[in-house]
Design a protein around this ligand. Structure first.
Ligand code: GRG
Length: 344
């Protein structure tokens, strides 16, 4: 075990330190974009001064801590941190369009504010910029870093494809989405970029295969936990904190983990939940609240919390099996603990 105390309450301080470290390079990269795309990007980052929260910055922090954990100075990770934040922003822009989501980080999504075409294009520009920033990373690790990012992007697209395809699958019966299918989807859709972030820190910090793999694997487990918690916040979270409307996943018939495990329970509440979801009508506020109650009654909330805890435990084991520097390791563990308890 690490000799450093691990407190999830340290996470905001850790995230802020990493954000401040990466912010100048992120700003420089965004200023290289076409002015139209730079404006949409600044809006997405909440830099335009018109309200709207900033992201938590978990991915850039993983990159910075990944480098520090392998004994390199944080500056070695900056290109990787910038790249993962740009890719994250790109994927949110496109995801909001695919899902038709109108609110993110307490304000209109980019496509609502600027139109679909401009938001798609800004996302594409972010993608291109991320690859360029990483390919131009100082030192000799550029090609290995780009390979890591390319693999993560492949997974990201596959995970998103499965997530969209799941929407067309039935709630119950032989073709229903099974919890293990969900876990693979979440590992790709959300875990791939978190794993890539931590792995990039290691690669850019000059680490060899085994520590890079351990950090990447930890990030992937963290990603599954992160997505499960995201699903829970979509049902039981406070929209004032999450910045997104409550129950939008339920209304759209998204196959989130709490619903899938509740349905798999097979008891009376699961039966009533299945009937409600199969009725095919888009649930109004009352029906969505009823569904949320049935998910909880059928054990979906508890099982989802347990799954997040299991994945975080695996992430911890990956980190502790690698020879990492004690203080950054403690900070990584604090981020894991924070994921389980986050409210936004
Ligand atoms: C890679 C070519 C290519 C396409 C991307 C759109 C897409 C395909 C994938 C979507 C991936 C996605 C949006 C996953 C959701 C991950 C998630 C839980 C996002 C929320 O992350 P937070 O909570 O957000 O870190 P903040 O607002 O804090 O930055």
């Amino acid at each position: 075990m690490t000799p450093f105390p691990v407190r999830h309450s340290d996470a905001p301080r850790i995230l802020a330190r990493c954000r401040e470290l990466v912010r100048p390079a992120l700003g420089r990269a965004v200023r290289e974009m076409h002015p139209w795309h730079a404006e949409i990007t600044a809006y997405s980052f909440g830099w335009d001064g018109n309200g709207g929260g900033q992201g938590k910055g978990v991915r850039q922090a993983l990159a910075v801590l990944g480098a520090e954990a392998v004994g390199a100075p944080a500056r070695e990770a900056v290109a990787g941190a910038v790249a993962v934040e740009l890719i994250h922003t790109f994927s949110l822009l496109h995801d909001d369009i695919m899902d038709g989501d109108e609110t993110r980080r307490q304000r209109a999504t980019a496509w609502k504010a600027y139109g679909t075409g401009p938001a798609v294009l800004a996302g594409d520009a972010l993608f291109a910029l991320a690859v360029r920033v990483l390919a131009q990373a100082p030192g000799s690790a550029g090609p290995a870093a780009v390979r890591l990012l390319a693999a993560a992007l492949d997974d990201l697209v596959r995970g998103q494809a499965d997530d969209l395809l799941f929407e067309g699958r039935p709630w119950t019966g032989p073709d229903a989405v099974r919890p293990h299918e969900y876990r693979l989807m979440a590992e790709r859709k959300t875990g791939a970029l978190l794993g890539c972030a931590a792995g990039l820190g290691a690669v850019l910090g000059g680490a060899g295969r085994s520590r890079t793999d351990a950090l990447t694997a930890a990030g992937r487990h963290l990603g599954v936990a992160f997505q499960v918690v995201d699903d829970m916040l979509g049902i039981w979270g406070d929209p004032a904190v999450t910045g997104k409307p409550v129950h939008s996943d339920l209304r759209r018939g998204k196959k989130t983990y709490p619903v899938l495990v509740a349905l798999a329970d097979g008891g009376p509440a699961a039966g009533r939940l299945g009937a409600l979801l199969r009725s095919g009508t888009v649930p109004d506020d009352g029906a969505a609240r009823r569904a949320a109650g049935l998910i909880e009654e059928a054990g979906g909330r508890e099982a989802a919390g347990a799954e997040a805890a299991r994945q975080l435990e695996r992430a911890r084991a990956c980190l502790e099996s690698a020879a990492l520097a004690p203080e950054p390791l403690a900070e990584l563990l604090a981020l894991l603990a924070y994921t389980a308890s986050r409210t936004g």
